[in-house]
Design a protein around this ligand. Sequence first.
Ligand SMILES: [Zn+2]
Length: 194
Amino acid sequence: MKKKKSIKDLLIEYFKAHPKEDTPHGPVVDWVETRYKRLYKKKPRDTWRSIRNLHEIGFLIKVRKGIYRYNPDAVKQRELEDFTSEQKEEILKRDDYKCVICGRGRKEGVELHVDHIKPKYLGGKATIENGQTLCAQHNFIKKSLKQTETGKKMFIRLYELAKKEKNEDLKKFCVDVLETYEKHHINGHIIWKR
Ligand SMILES: [Zn+2]
């Protein structure tokens, strides 16, 4: 069966036929709406929003208000920086299908994402080493939780030391802190053995 053409498909078709041109939205919208009406006998909705969306996903460059440009080279570069599905699977498998921050995963019914450790906009590449598994929640708040990893490891070391030295006060303090990590599902991939 032939795939039904969406407004987005038509827009992509137009921009691919006009690469590296500063394109005001008027003629694009006219062209797409004419094609759409011919195909489906009705006027499309949200053509303008679809253009904005193509900009948001990195397909179009916004030159200035109402003017967009399609640069095939930039899009190709952008695609290179995305993980392939094989890479995603490898990263998920390496991380044992668990969020590296809270340790929750498919078993808990949590949605998992493959994240660029160094973000794409900072030049992060699509390599296995630059990938990590995050749950939807921690993908969202990733930046603020990066530093807690260091903290948890430090408190685990301190806890071990306090046990060895039989320093009950220090031990209790570490237990309190580490239990707080557990309570909030923070850094569950770093295992604390009591
Ligand atoms: Zn998580």
